[in-house]
Design a protein around this ligand. Structure first.
Ligand code: HEM
Length: 146
């Protein structure tokens, strides 16, 4: 049904934009700001908490909407033997990585702030959030290529 298809595709795209956008925002702005002492423990923990919550909801939305679109337009053969199919498979692989990295990174950051303070926690978190940011951009790249 055209309307349902459009709604699902729109939900997929909007969630992709917000999730990838927040991930890059955390990596490029929030972590550096906290690391330079421009953001206190309260603000950092609050933002990380919200990010963490969204990073639990978004993977589910992406999975359900993505699988729906897969069911509508892709056979197993198309997934394996066409460029678009290969891009969707790459999308699923990156989705697994982003889901894991965003959740592990935010849990570690929240625990780290409690144990060792903002400076120590953000120094430890830089790498993981950078990886998450790159993976988020890669996902948008793959989506744009589709
Ligand atoms: C289990 C996870 C996922 C599955 C199964 C999936 C599957 C799909 C499918 C089947 C399409 C439509 C391809 C077509 O136009 O024929 C699509 C489009 C797209 N996906 Fe995903 N996806 C997943 C996760 C993600 C994630 C995590 C992101 C980004 C954060 C993302 C971003 C996009 C974008 C930007 C498009 C392009 C939409 C459009 O052209 O209208 N996807 N995905």
């Amino acid at each position: 049904m055209a309307t349902v298809d459009t709604l699902i595709r729109t939900l997929h795209l909007m969630t992709a934009g917000v999730w990838a956008g927040w991930t890059v925002f955390m990596a490029a702005l929030v972590i550096p700001a906290a690391r330079e002492g421009r953001l206190g423990a309260d603000g950092l923990s609050w933002m990380t908490g919200r990010f963490s919550l969204f990073s639990k909801v978004a993977p589910v939305v992406m999975f359900l909407t993505g699988m729906y679109m897969l069911g509508q337009g892709y056979s197993n053969d198309a997934l394996m033997n066409s460029t678009r199919g290969n891009l969707v498979v790459a999308m699923v692989g990156l989705w697994i990585v982003l889901s894991a990295v965003t959740n592990v990174a935010s849990r570690r950051l929240t625990n780290g702030v409690e144990v060792g303070g903002v400076e120590q926690a953000t120094s430890d978190a830089v790498m993981m959030f950078s990886v998450a940011g790159v993976v988020a951009l890669a996902l948008l790249f793959v989506g744009g290529w589709l």
